[in-house]
Each structure stands twice: as C-alpha cells, then as structure tokens.
Design a protein around this ligand. Structure first.
Ligand code: ADP
Ligand code: MG
Length: 347
C-alpha cells in the first residue's frame, strides 16, 4: 500500500517534471527576481508564464501562483474548446434548440462576443461555426466547397440565430454552432493573469502561442519587450513593443491556414461572404485586456485597415496590420500603436 503510494508520487513527480520547465533567475537588466513556467499541452500551442516576486514572496508561493494560473488556462480550454468533445461548448453545439444553461465564464465570453459582433459590423461572429467547419473539411479533402454548400453554411451562421432568455440560450435553428476560437484564448489569458495578481505577484506575464498579457515588469526600463512575428518569414522579428501593462495578440495567416488546390486560405472567415478572409496577412492588436486584443485581431483580419475606424473610441485598442504578399507588403498602424514601438517598421 505504502509502496504503491510512493510509486504514485514518483510517477506524478516525473510527469510534473516533463510538463513544467521552471527556472528562476534575475537576468541582466532585471531588477527583480522572477520565476518562469512552461507547461505543455494547452490549446495546442506553447505556453509561458512568468511571476515577478515581491520582497517576501518565496519560491514555493510563486510556484503555487503559476500552477494556479496554468489551471485557469486549462479550465477555460475544457469549457470552450471545440476540439474537445465534452467541452461545454461542444455539448451546446451537439444539443437541440435549447434552452442551454451556460456557466458564468462562457456567458461572459458570449457577452463580449456580442459587443464585438456589433462593434465590428458583423465581421466578428462566433456563430460562424458551420462556415469554419465547412472550410476545415475543404482543407482536409483538398477541394473547394461548392457554392451551394457555402450558401447553406452561411445561412446557418448568424448571431441573430441565438436567443438569450432567462431559462438559458436557445438556437433558432438546430444547425447553429458557436466557435469561440477567435476570443476564448484571450479570455483564458486574462483569467490566468488575475490569478497571478491575486496571489500577490508584483508582476507577471502570460503567453499562450504568442498572445500575451503582462503587468509589473521586472526590468529596469519598466517595460516588457514584446516581439511581433514577421508575417512572411518564420521566426524573424518584425517589430518590438514596449508595454508596461496590457495585452498584445496576433492573428496571422502564416501560422494557421488551409491549402486547397495549391492556394492558401485563411482560417478566419468573412461571415458576410462565407469565404476565408483575405484583407490582411497579419494583424497585431494591443489592448487593456487579452480578450479585447484577441477578438479585435480576428475582427481586423476580416475588415483590414478600413476596420481602424470601427475601433471603440477611448478603448485603448491599437493595431498594426500587414497587407499584401511577401513580394510587396504594406504596413498600416494606428497612431497609438506607433507610440508602443521600440523597434520596427518606420521608426
Ligand atoms: P489563433 O490565435 O488561434 O490563430 P485567432 O485569434 O487568429 O486564432 O482566431 C482565429 C479563430 O477564430 C478561427 O480558428 C476560428 O475558430 C475563429 N473565427 C474565424 N473566423 C471568425 C470570425 N469571422 N468571427 C469570429 N471568430 C472567427
Ligand atoms: Mg483572435
């Protein structure tokens, strides 16, 4: 019995060592110690969390805060992933017309999705699940969908097909499917950041696949340096931002797209046409929260630079859009975004 228990602890310890790379350091230019975790297996991408320790916080407390923040990321994935068959969202998508009673977190994200739908003039629409699935399938088969298939998926993709009621959420049509892939990662990052701040960390950073939120830098410059990836060259930096606190998220066609009949198509769909969006090669948004940055990066991928005028006034949302091709590209940015650049285009 006792041996079994120890064996179980040993296995758990090995698993923990495999999934978490933790290191503790105060590098040159940093004035405060910080701890870094790199847990694996979250949202199909790489994750990095940093906790900046205030005087008096020991390593065990910082580790606990980082584990708690990681758990927050995993919890949101369990609720909102469409890749997991038993997520809350997958159960809603498989259910009949309802009512379906979502938990607090998913309702919060749906509330933000509604504001984004309205603010973007319908370019951001989480009910475009049927269109997303149609284009995913087209990518797997290597064949463009038929116009009739696009028409019917488009008819089934409409925010107005959701009815909010005291009893829960109803679907107007059974075929309605929600996809929160354009916003849930940002929400998860915000929740993880709250755990770090709530645990008393002096600063922190949460990076899920290059989408980042940070506060309280350990660096003497008082700024976190956030790299923006090059839209056309793998692993090449395109720009560098200096952020004291806030979020930076990127939607790039370079990392996720489908190839059909020799042509690349974005994983972001223009709900107005039912076709993959082609207005931008990459969009980077800086905002006070990761949910706003994530959602607007997806919305601006549909709208292109014309979408700048739709950004909420005084909302602190700034954007950089790269349009065109590797041979001839153009850079567009809001004035506020230019002020965040410490290195990069047109400096
Ligand atoms: P990632 O960071 O994972 O690449 P993005 O933030 O770029 O994701 O958003 C892309 C995801 O958003 C798609 O994979 C899909 O799940 C969802 N999506 C695609 N088009 C739209 C749209 N017009 N409105 C809302 N969500 C969308
Ligand atoms: Mg997004």
């Amino acid at each position: 019995m006792r041996v079994n228990l120890w064996l179980r602890y040993a296995v758990l310890a090995v698993l923990a060592a495999l999934t978490v790379v933790a290191f503790f350091k105060t590098p040159p230019g940093a004035s405060r110690p910080f701890l870094v975790h790199e847990p694996g297996g979250i949202m199909g991408t790489d994750t990095r969390l940093v906790a900046v320790l205030p005087p008096g916080m020991d390593k065990a407390e910082a580790n606990a805060a980082l584990n708690d923040a990681t758990a927050a990321l995993r919890w949101i994935e369990i609720l909102m992933s469409t890749a997991l068959n038993h997520s809350e969202l997958a159960r809603f998508n498989a259910a009949g017309i309802g009512p379906f009673a979502f938990g607090r977190e998913t309702l919060q994200v749906l509330g933000a999705a509604q504001r984004l739908y309205e603010g973007s003039g319908g370019a951001f629409d989480v009910t475009c699940g049927p269109l997303i699935m149609l284009w995913q399938k087209a990518g797997e088969l290597g064949r463009l969908p038929a116009p009739e298939e696009i028409r019917s998926a488009r008819a089934a993709s409409d925010w107005r097909g959701l009815i909010f009621d005291d009893r829960g959420i109803f679907k107007k049509e059974e075929g309605l499917k929600i996809d929160l892939g354009g916003i849930a990662k940002g929400y998860a990052i915000d929740r993880a950041m709250e755990r770090l701040a709530g645990a008393g960390c002096e600063g922190g950073l949460v990076d899920v696949g290059g989408d980042i939120r940070c506060f309280g830098t350990p660096m003497e410059t008082n700024l976190w340096q956030i790299g923006v990836k090059h839209p056309f060259e793998a692993d090449a930096p395109f720009a560098r931002l200096g952020i004291a606190s806030g979020a930076v998220c990127t939607s790039g066609n370079y990392s996720r797209f489908v190839e059909i009949e020799g042509k690349w198509y974005s994983h972001i769909i223009d709900p107005r046409t039912g076709l993959p969006a082609g207005a931008a090669a990459s969009v980077t948004v800086a905002a006070p929260t990761a949910m706003a940055a994530d959602g607007w990066a997806t919305a601006l991928s549909v709208l292109g630079p014309k979408g700048f005028e739709k950004l909420p006034e005084g909302g602190g949302i700034e954007a950089l859009i790269v349009t065109g091709t590797p041979e001839a590209h153009e850079v567009h940015m809001t004035e506020g975004f230019r002020e965040l650049l410490v290195e990069g285009p047109e400096l």
